[in-house]
Design a protein around this ligand. Structure first.
Ligand code: FES
Length: 288
């Protein structure tokens, strides 16, 4: 990807340079003129037939050199007469000083192609460049594992982090053996640090799932789905447990949650923690 990001703009720039050079050459030729092939052939044959006479004749290089010398010797140029104040000013002929239609078209085509190539290069770069995302959708550093555990306990077992649309809860160390049979490495990395990051959107029809402090479960008010404290489905119409975010812990012990990577919740029947409701439910009775 990085190679493409470099090669494509370089090719676009090279194509633009070739176009501009071709355009300039064409414009110069339109001013200086160009000998036809037949004339050049005739000159060559004449030089071969009479080499002595051809040697005396000035070559094209001699003519060019003479022209350059003439330009460098302004004393030889005819004096420009002083303008006569009495002569009324007449506007120059637009046709003579303006841009010819052909020049206008040529410049328009080159300009248009240059703009198109630049736009194409910018679009490709924009596509290949990693998007700069903050907030939900980005990898969030939500604090150190130790401070998060303290906050979870201070919040009666459920820490709500609106910037990541997530719930953070503790995962019991004793349940890790079962968890390793069910969860993906991206979820297990957080569990091994003692934490889970759950997407707060209900996997049934998308309501935001609140915590129920009395039962220590999550209980959805929309249709009554219930999930234990680590998001495993315990009742209601939801098709699976709550979805997780990919998690990791960095060298400084900070908990990183990738809110751009939503991992489907565990299937119905998963119950790695065996956590029963610890008090009255907030939403009706749990039904499968
Ligand atoms: S949206 Fe949560 S149970 Fe239906």
């Amino acid at each position: 990807m990085i190679v493409l990001a470099i090669v494509i703009p370089v090719l676009a720039a090279a194509a633009l340079i070739v176009l501009v050079a071709a355009y300039r050459r064409r414009e110069v030729r339109s001013v200086t003129g160009r000998l036809s092939r037949r004339t050049r052939l005739r000159d060559r044959l004449a030089r071969r037939a009479e080499p002595a006479a051809a040697a005396e004749r000035p070559t094209g290089r001699d003519v060019e050199r003479a022209a350059v010398l003439a330009r460098r010797a302004p004393d030889d140029l005819p004096a420009v007469p002083e303008p006569d104040d009495d002569v009324p000013w007449t506007p120059p002929d637009d046709e003579a000083v303006g841009v010819t239609r052909r020049q206008f078209l040529n410049r328009s085509i080159v300009g248009f192609m240059g703009l198109s190539l630049t736009g194409l290069g910018a679009a490709i770069l924009g596509f290949l460049w990693p998007p700069f995302v903050t907030g939900f959708g980005a990898v969030l550093n939500v604090g150190t594992v130790d401070s998060l555990k303290t906050q979870v306990q201070d919040e009666d077992g459920f820490l709500k982090l609106p910037e990541g649309r997530m719930w953070v809860t503790e995962y019991p160390e004793g349940a890790l053996a079962k968890a390793r049979e069910v969860y993906s490495p991206a979820v297990l990395r957080g569990m091994e640090a003692g934490l889970v990051a759950l997407y707060w959107k209900c996997p049934h029809l998308g309501c935001t799932v609140p915590e129920c402090v009395s039962s220590q479960w999550f209980e959805c008010p929309c249709h009554g789905s219930k999930y234990n404290q680590v998001g495993e489905k315990r009742g209601g119409p939801a098709p699976r447990g709550m979805d997780h975010f990919a998690t990791s812990v960095n060298d400084r012990g900070e908990f990183l949650v990738d809110t751009g990577k939503i991992i489907q919740g565990p299937p119905i029947g998963t119950n790695t923690t065996n956590q029963e409701a610890q008090g009255p439910h907030c939403i009706g009775e749990a039904t499968e």
